[in-house]
Design a protein around this ligand. Structure first.
Ligand code: ADP
Ligand code: ZN
Ligand code: ZN
Length: 737
């Protein structure tokens, strides 16, 4: 019986770059085992849950050393063949252990061993009587009233996990005949639901939008990559909606990925208002039951539209028809720790495998995607103007070397702010630095307060008058004396959002200022609240960090000020100028969306910087062309491939010694066409008490780099020095500092 496949190859969540073989549990029917099911296995001294990836006739492990798996947890795969292939590919490409990669692809409850249908996805909705009911008559039954209010806002119904009420409340509402439960049918058989409010019709498309929609619709039955390029407000989302409408008509699903910050209630509402179908929404704020529920509905096909952030790329789809990545340039689509995958790149890979089209949308496409257009891998679709009467903003550069700055604001900018406020406009100011001042300094000797655990200055925060480290989170009281010269002449130096807010309040005492940064939005609901006040125009002066820069619609903003453009122009990272340009254009996109043109003021010490000049005089496409040429000349991505090896340790010399040894191994490996740069200390060498170093690998040949890396990580597993440091490999790194 040598051909019976009775060895289970299992991916176990562990930092080891391999799978493990087991014998089946006693009394299990071998025919019922298929790749993708979960099995509980002994692992070291504990038991853990792994995913069966293969069944083999024999194992390389000595038979008597093979252990039995303890039990089989699924009758149906929780990881479909399709997802398994994608994760295996990603695990190899991003050099991350398969067991951990597969675990990352599963909802947390499944990782913990809950049944795949552990969450009840029965939905609840109002009955006719419930819809007619006067809620004010329920003043004494607060919990019942709040369930009814919730359901009134969600005519598609809500699942149990989303209703914050005990079963007894639901029961009495059922008894009164006000609510009922139901199940959404899978997409193949779902019928339009006549009890839902009519979906709002789409806009009549302008010619460019129509052309974009038609191009994608002509390719619905096979893979094709599209780059949809259009400034904010040019109608990209409308294009998505009208394509999705057709995908729905084919009874197929759409997976839409958005950056964390782009997944706003308004976006979800817009989808909800447009389509009479349930949405599965996946983001980091979900509870584990809601997450599993959304996963189940995507997998069984009862949710035709799935909207999610990065990790939603691993959502199983019953009937995939279309993939969309919105704001495809956004760095948050790349995971920055652990399993460092790019959700955008995986989406392209997945679309190709599924043989469905993929649409990448952005006002400011990444140079990678523009390169793919040049190579004719993607087709470019352009939305040139803004819809309706809205026009493009005009840029003005303020040279702050010639202008005295008062709390970060030039007189030229202040004058414009006043002008726009007087004309009933709304003003948005962008500064990517929270806190009051980024440094705390002795005016007598020049001492600066530094973090004790990081090579970084401490930020002075006004709300608690303490010094905070933005890198490790540590904080301490302000010093009363200079520790170097004992002087009391200590001052905050430079500007953060708190300080600018204070200055604005002095200049414009009668104007409501909304500051939007991590410090003002810590509590649940605060961000939505601030954004709502910004949108309605109640707050006329908006000041914020990136949280304010992306994705939001502020139709009344007429002036945008970029308080400090220089950070991005002169950073050690080769992507810094691309990021800065994207940010400027995104922030500028907030201005003049409505019927009046917007103005954008950029404060800089380098008004002649060629890329900045190109950006403001000719726009992002011209900037991107020049930046792409620079990348080619410097042999940087997307012209070449990079991988970054990082190492850190509490010992100062270890990371560099380790990477030095790695470099030697790379040289002796003798794989052609690989260049190693470094090792060098990281730009911020010490963080949270650990010293950090890095080694950059570059190659024209992605395949060779892949071959080298996969050999290397397996060698490092056996390496003594490697055990004394924390090391990681970052393939296609988003940052290289
Ligand atoms: P983007 O996603 O590029 O920022 P949106 O699709 O959100 O653009 O469109 C911006 C605004 O213009 C929205 O309020 C949208 O409803 C509206 N809009 C989009 N397309 C049209 C159109 N063809 N006609 C009229 N209004 C439109
Ligand atoms: Zn001093
Ligand atoms: Zn620190």
């Amino acid at each position: 019986m040598a051909t019976v496949k009775r060895v289970l190859r299992v991916a176990v969540p562990s930092p080891l770059y391999r799978e493990f073989d087991y014998l089946p549990p006693a009394n299990v029917d071998l025919a019922s085992l298929q790749p993708g099911i979960r099995v509980r296995v002994p692992f070291g001294r504990r038991t853990t849950i792994g995913v069966l990836v293969d069944l083999l006739t024999h194992s390389e492990v000595e038979p008597k050393k093979l252990k039995h798996a303890l039990d089989v947890m699924d009758s149906e795969p929780v990881i479909s063949r399709e997802i398994l292939n994608m994760v295996q590919w990603a695990s190899a490409y991003y050099q991350h252990p398969i067991g951990e990669a597969l675990a990352a692809a599963l909802p947390i409850l499944l990782r913990q061993g809950h049944a795949a249908n552990a969450v009840d996805i029965t939905h609840w909705r109002l009955t006719d009587a419930g819809r007619r009911l006067d809620l004010d008559s329920l003043t004494r039954a607060k919990r019942q009233a709040s369930v009814l209010t919730e359901l009134r806002q969600h005519p598609q119904g809500l699942e149990r996990a989303a209703l914050d009420a005990p079963a007894s409340v639901l029961r009495s509402l059922v008894e009164k005949g006000w609510i009922e439960s139901f199940q959404h049918a899978p997409i193949e058989t779902a019928q339009p639901d006549a009890t839902l409010p009519a979906s709002t019709p789409g806009h009549t498309l302008n010619p460019a939008q129509q052309q974009a929609v038609d191009s994608v619709l002509a390719n619905l039955d096979h893979y094709q990559g599209f780059l949809l390029e259009g400034v904010t407000g040019s109608g990209k989302t409308e294009v998505y909606l009208q394509i999705i409408e057709q995908v729905l008509a084919h009874r197929q699903q759409t997976l839409l990925l958005v950056p964390e910050i782009g997944l706003t209630p308004q976006l979800v509402e817009r989808f909800q208002a447009r389509f009479q179908v349930p949405l599965a929404v996946l983001h980091s704020g979900l509870g584990s039951r809601e997450r599993l529920s959304a996963w189940q509905q995507a997998r069984n096909g009862s949710a035709p539209i799935i909207i999610g952030t990065r990790s939603a790329i691993f959502t199983p789809l019953a009937r995939p028809g279309l993939l969309i990545v919105d704001e495809e340039h956004d760095p948050s689509l790349k995971q920055q720790e652990g399993f460092r995958y790019s959700a955008r790149d995986l989406a392209v890979w997945r679309a190709r495998r599924l043989n469905v089209p993929i649409l990448l949308g952005s006002a400011t496409p990444s140079l990678e995607s523009l390169h793919n257009v040049e190579q004719q891998r993607y087709r470019r679709l352009r939305l040139p103007g803004r819809t309706g009467a809205a026009r493009m903003p005009e840029y003005a550069i303020v040279d702050v070397r010639e202008q005295p700055l008062e709390d970060g604001l030039s007189t030229a900018l202040l004058a414009r702010i006043r002008h726009h406020l007087d004309a009933d406009g709304q003003v948005l100011l962008f500064l990517n630095r929270r806190g009051f001042a980024p440094t705390f300094m002795c005016y007598d000797c020049g001492w600066i307060a530094n973090c004790r655990r990081c090579d970084a200055h401490l930020t002075w925060h006004r709300h608690d008058t303490r010094l905070h480290c933005h890198h490790c989170g540590s904080q301490r009281p302000l010093d009363s004396h200079c520790p170097e010269c004992n002087s009391r002449d200590l001052h905050p130096q430079g500007q953060g959002t708190e300080r600018v807010e204070q200055a604005l309040a002095e200049h414009f005492p009668n104007v409501e200022i909304l500051r939007i940064d991590r410090d003002t939005t810590r509590r649940k609901g605060e961000l939505d609240d601030l954004l709502e006040r910004a949108r309605t125009g109640q707050g006329r002066l908006l000041l914020g960090t990136q949280m304010l820069a992306k994705g939001h619609h502020f139709p009344n903003v007429t002036l945008v000020g970029i308080l400090d453009a220089d950070h991005g122009l002169f950073s050690t990272d080769f992507r810094a100028s691309e990021r800065m340009a994207q940010l400027i254009v995104q922030v500028a996109g907030r201005a003049g969306r409505h019927d009046r043109p917007g103005q954008v003021v950029i404060q800089t010490r380098h008004p002649d910087h060629p890329l900045l000049q190109l950006l403001v005089t000719q726009g992002y496409p011209a900037f991107a062309r020049a930046a792409l040429l620079e990348r080619h000349a410097a042999r940087l991505p997307p012209a070449t491939s990079l991988a970054l090896l990082r190492a850190e340790a509490t010992d100062e010399t270890l990371p560099l010694r380790f990477l030095e040894a790695v470099r030697k191994q790379i040289e002796t490996a003798g794989i052609a066409g690989i260049e190693a740069w470094g090792p060098v200390p990281a730009a911020m060498e010490r963080r949270a008490g650990r010293y950090r170093a890095q080694l950059l690998l570059q190659s024209d040949r992605r395949g060779n780099l892949q071959q080298l890396l996969s050999r290397l990580v397996r060698q490092l597993e056996q390496d003594k020095l490697a055990r004394q440091v924390r090391w990681s490999v970052d393939v296609d790194p988003a940052d290289t500092y």
